[in-house]
Design a protein around this ligand. Structure first.
Ligand code: HEC
Ligand code: HEC
Length: 286
């Protein structure tokens, strides 16, 4: 309590409060007094509202003068003092951001494969490694091991073990009843002829895979593997498998699958360069 009064600011504040208190008491008592004793005088206007009338008072000079001044100042401020296209910090900031974005886009438009992989690595470590691990291997099964993803090995896995969780209309892809060799042949065919990645493979195996694909896969993935016509959301378009466009699907849909749940990344709004970069990194052998 003592130290409170050692502080000059506090003392000033308290003094101010005291002054306001005294003024308030004075003003209130003056008006109370007036209400009790003074009688109405002066000229009344014609108007009357429920028995209440109004005195005819001139506009106070000071008030009128200030009112006019404010109007003049407002006009001056809008037209001269602060013209709409004059310098502003926000304007400068916006111009800088625009030119920076242009440079940024120009810089990243033609990245080499290695540069994309490095960029993808950086994005992956920030956005994905907490589940998939810094080496993409899925931290002992906590998330998908991505070292096979987008490749023939993963197609074999999917054929033998099924896949679910991306919310396609066909629902779940159940394990398909084929042998491991047959699955391998189908994978060879899908990567060589259906996927836009066009990964070459053994010609004999591809031919065998083509037959097996027609029997086992077209019911859901369509005759050409691009999905059922008119129902783009029935099952994934396998021509995208192994390219960044398939990653776009995964990132947008998320995956509530066998292992666990991966959220949709729509909220991050990756641009195409970033998606290509991520895909490059996942498909790289780093
Ligand atoms: C019963 C319908 C159905 C059949 C038959 C089917 N699939 Fe699928 N396939 C799906 C669905 C649905 C998905 C999406 C699964 C998901 O949500 O993860 C899918 C996903 C896939 C994927 C992507 C998997 C992933 O995890 O990203 C591949 C590759 C695939 N199918 C290949 C095949 C091949 C090859 C065959 C034939 C051997 C086949 N599918 C048969 C419905 C089917
Ligand atoms: C919250 C944890 C989590 C994060 C963060 C995460 N994932 Fe996943 N991801 C998973 C899980 C779990 C699966 C496996 C789902 C299943 O099949 O059960 C998966 C599956 C995948 C698959 C395989 C999908 C398929 O076709 O079957 C890809 C590709 C993938 N993630 C890429 C990414 C990328 C790229 C990022 C970063 C932008 C990322 N994930 C961030 C948990 C995560």
């Amino acid at each position: 309590m003592q130290s409170l009064f050692n502080d000059s600011v506090t003392i000033l504040g308290l003094l101010g409060a005291l002054v306001i208190l005294i003024l308030t008491a004075f003003v209130v008592s003056t008006y109370l007094n007036k209400m009790k004793h003074s009688k109405a005088d002066g000229v009344l206007t014609q108007e009357e509202w429920d028995g209440i009338k109004e005195f005819k008072n001139d506009l106070p000079i000071g008030w009128a003068a200030i009112f006019l001044c404010v109007i003049i100042w407002a006009l001056w401020y809008m037209l001269i003092g602060y013209p709409l296209n004059a310098y502003s910090q926000i304007g400068e900031y916006n111009r800088e951001v625009n030119s920076y974005n242009k440079n940024f886009e120009a810089k990243w438009v033609n990245l080499s494969d290695t540069e994309l992989t490095v960029m993808g690595d950086n994005i992956f470590q920030v956005q994905c490694s907490q589940c998939h691990g810094i080496d993409k291997s899925g931290i002992d099964g906590k998330a998908a091991n991505l070292n096979d993803w987008g490749r023939k090995e993963q197609i074999v896995n999917v054929i033998l073990n099924g896949s679910k969780g991306m919310n396609f209309l066909a629902g779940e892809m159940i394990p398909i009843a084929v042998s491991k060799e047959e699955a391998q042949a189908i994978a060879d065919f899908v990567m060589a002829e259906i996927s836009n990645a066009k990964v070459s493979g053994d010609a004999q195996s591809i031919a065998k895979g083509k037959e097996l694909f027609a029997i086992n896969c077209t019911a859901c993935h369509g005759v050409d593997g691009k999905g059922i016509e008119g129902m783009p959301d029935f099952a994934p378009d396998l021509s995208k498998y192994g390219t960044y466009e398939f990653l776009q699907i995964v990132l947008s849909k998320g995956k509530n699958g066998h292992i666990g749940k991966m959220p949709s990344f729509d909220y991050v709004n990756f641009n195409e360069v970033q998606e290509k970069a991520l895909n490059n990194f996942i498909l790289s052998n780093e």
